[in-house]
Design a protein around this ligand. Structure first.
Ligand SMILES: [Zn+2]
Ligand SMILES: [Zn+2]
Length: 269
């Protein structure tokens, strides 16, 4: 399984020159199962604009788009996702049944005056599948889901790879054992994990309740739970490459196998 980061920032795709090394697009990760050709996309932040399976495969394959929640930064790229305009590609959007879930969200995203093409007129209208925590039915992938501590709710995902599992746990605020303990059980032993490192330990106290964590909590979590490699993710908009390099060095003192996720980076599991 190949895991590729297309968007690694949180909140808003504010592109500034001194942060462009890591990239400024909001969350999107593409997983490809090389054996079956199945594709799983995690979140539809602005990074999804770079995902175009038709450009690399002449024959349509099943594509699943799995959302963590409905905040703008995880959805804003969706109207510009190439596969919605390419008939013949079998696309399913898996949408979490969260407390804050509104079944008309998809219509709203494409509705005038926000977007010129109504959902009903999309050339390749996707299927929609409502999901809940537990084992998910996603073609070509073994996926389990777990609730995270985030305003309105969000889900973490664990995806089985050939050599180890990938855990995607963005938009989570550490500090509530009701969520943290199940997350530790859920993630334990994963080969790779992307975690919400939006804040620094200095910034976090002023942002309690925002639903995000700091890089130190992420490194401590990885060290305590036998994680193979940690990718700090959901970088704060405007956080410079220089700052991120410093954060990575500091985090490595707690957990050596730490990376700061950057656009275009890929790992093999
Ligand atoms: Zn977010
Ligand atoms: Zn969020």
């Amino acid at each position: 399984m190949r895991v590729r980061f297309w968007g690694v920032r949180g909140s808003v795709p504010w592109a500034v020159p001194n942060a462009i090394g890591h990239g400024c697009n909001t969350p999107c990760i593409e997983l490809l199962d090389e054996r079956s050709g199945a594709i799983l996309i995690l979140d539809a932040g602005s990074g999804i604009v770079g995902v175009n399976p038709a450009a690399v495969s002449p024959t349509p394959r099943p594509i699943s788009l799995l959302l963590t929640h409905y905040h703008w930064d995880h959805l804003q790229g969706l109207p510009f996702f190439a596969t919605l305009y390419q008939p013949g590609w079998d696309l399913t959007i898996h949408t979490p049944a969260l407390a804050a879930h509104d079944p008309s969200w998809l219509d709203t995203v494409f509705k005038s005056p926000f977007f010129p093409v109504p959902y009903q007129h999309l050339p390749n209208r996707p299927r929609v599948n409502l999901i809940r925590p537990g084992e998910l039915d996603i073609p070509g992938f073994e996926v389990t889901a777990l609730p995270l501590n985030h305003p309105g709710g969000a889900l973490a995902y664990r995806i089985r790879g050939v050599t180890g599992d990938f855990v995607y746990a963005t938009d989570h605020e550490f500090g509530d054992p009701e969520y943290d303990e199940p997350l530790a059980d859920f993630a334990r032993g994963a080969a790779a994990m992307a975690l919400d490192a939006h804040f620094t330990p200095q910034e976090l106290p002023q942002h309690r309740g925002w639903g995000h964590s700091d890089w130190r909590q992420c490194a401590q979590f990885a060290a305590a739970n036998d994680i193979g490699g940690l990718w700090l993710f959901h970088h704060k908009p405007g956080r410079s490459d220089e700052e991120l390099v410093r954060i990575r060095a500091d985090a490595r003192r707690i957990f050596a196998a730490t990376e700061t996720a950057s656009e275009g980076e890929a790992l093999q599991l």
